[in-house]
Design a binder for this molecule. Structure first.
Ligand code: CAP
Ligand code: MG
Length: 415
């Protein structure tokens, strides 16, 4: 064996609870039949190569991945990978197998990794979120409504003092969370350390004035040593959160960061910039659902999942399936808070909560700082939209007695 033989397909195989199971969508290239395509996928991602090799043994044959279910018409298949193929605490190694070479094979016209089920040892050796939905709610002392936040805009360019002042306006306007944008890190005009100090000082002031808990999610994205230093700096200066661009920093960096954070105990906010490079194509790619499961295992307390109604691609079916995965029982892991962000505005809140539920974090950048009267009123309008939604009052009706919301609706309408 080890050529891409029929041994890689066995519909009678009953997956073990220790296997990694993937669900894939496959379409064979011209002149290749479906089963051959499946053999190629299961073979190349486990113990096979393009031809039979003399070095294989019976023991190795037993390590073959098995396509144990497929539906040719739908182009779907499920593959079970024996646990022995993997290092449980090594996500890069796991992905090099189940999502590695196979995307480049000439025998395929389409390959999407739709879903992954990880066994207990992979989950346990990483651990998942430190806080999860309940832990985050406890910090913010907000039990029963979506959390509301904003991304400082413009994305990049404000000086440190301006940045901190915009954060203060948003917090005092009623928002719980302020975050940096994905491409703001440690630039000359707004250095990381100064920004953390200034913005946390404004957070303390806003907390005193409003009597509410407020959080600042500083973007630590960098190389791993730098990220750890930045996270330590946040901790030292009284911060409770960091934000990291999980896709661009890579799985290995996240594994290391997760280990360090077990000592620091900061809440981890996961921004997914660049995910669409692998999740958006309908021909070859890895679904956001698969990535979301990995980021939960790697410790994301909060993860961007899409909005359905906003500016970014991602429909209802996709977004709600990711939400479900972040909250499902998985070997005792805490639940990841789904973050809805991207092109949101107060008038979109009601519809979004209807689709996504109240266990979400709603973030608006443009939809707060673009308010006709600026950030403070923009924040008020967003919080009012959440209040109206929780009270079950239509936004337009609520807006009659809330002028900030009325102005936001006049500018952007309702979803
Ligand atoms: C939102 C945002 C986020 C997107 C990313 C932005 O700003 O800061 O990065 O939410 O998309 O720059 O677009 P706006 P996703 O509120 O001004 O749109 O959450 O889908 O990964
Ligand atoms: Mg952004």
């Amino acid at each position: 064996m080890t050529g891409y033989t029929s041994n890689f397909i066995d519909r009678s195989y009953k997956p073990s609870k220790n296997d990694i199971i993937t669900t894939v969508e496959v379409s064979p290239a011209k002149n290749v039949d479906f089963k051959t395509a499946l053999q190629n996928v299961a073979g190349e991602s486990s113990v096979g190569t393009w031809t039979k090799v003399k070095t294989t043994t019976k023991r190795i044959e037993k390590m073959a991945a098995k396509v144990f279910w497929y539906d040719k018409k739908k182009g779907l298949a499920k593959i079970a990978y024996p646990n022995i193929l993997f290092e449980a605490d090594n996500i890069p190694q796991i992905m090099s197998s189940i999502a590695g070479n196979i995307f480049g094979m000439k025998t395929l016209k389409k390959l999407i990794l739709l879903d992954i089920d990880f066994p207990k040892n992979v989950v346990k050796s990483h651990g998942g979120p430190l806080f999860g939905i309940r832990g985050v709610r406890k910090i913010l002392k907000v039990k029963n409504r979506p959390l509301v936040g904003s991304i400082i805009k413009p994305k990049i360019g404000l000086r440190t003092k301006q940045h901190a002042k915009v954060a203060y306006d948003a917090w005092t306007g009623g928002l719980d969370i302020i975050k940096d944008d994905e491409n703001l890190s440690d630039q000359k005009f707004n250095p990381f350390k100064d920004r953390v100090i200034e913005t946390l000082a404004m957070r303390d002031k806003a907390e005193q004035e409003t009597g509410e808990k407020k959080v600042y999610m500083a973007n630590i994205t960098a190389n791993i040593d730098e990220m750890i230093e930045r996270a330590e700096f946040i901790k030292k200066n009284g911060g409770r959160y960091f934000m990291v661009d999980v896709v661009t920093v890579g799985f290995s960096a996240l594994e290391e960061l997760q280990q360090e954070n077990k000592k620091l105990k900061l809440v981890a906010h996961a921004h997914r910039a660049m995910h669409a490079a692998t999740t958006r194509s309908k021909d070859f790619g890895i679904s956001m659902l698969s990535l979301a499961k990995i980021y939960r295992i790697l410790g994301a307390d909060q993860l961007h999942v899409g909005t359905v109604v906003g500016k970014m691609e991602g429909g209802k079916k996709e977004v709600t399936s990711i939400e479900r995965a972040l909250r499902e029982n998985s070997h005792g892991m805490k639940k990841t808070f789904p973050v809805a962000s991207g092109g949101l505005y107060p008038g979109a809140v009601q519809k979004m909560v209807k689709i996504m539920g109240k266990d979400i974090i709603i973030q608006a950048g443009g939809g707060v700082h673009g308010h006709p009267n600026g950030t403070f009123e923009g924040a008020k309008a967003l919080r009012q939209a959440v209040e109206a939604t929780m009270k079950g009052i239509p936004l337009k009706k609520y807006a009659k007695k809330h002028s900030e919301l009325a102005k936001a609706i006049k500018k952007w309408g309702t979803a």
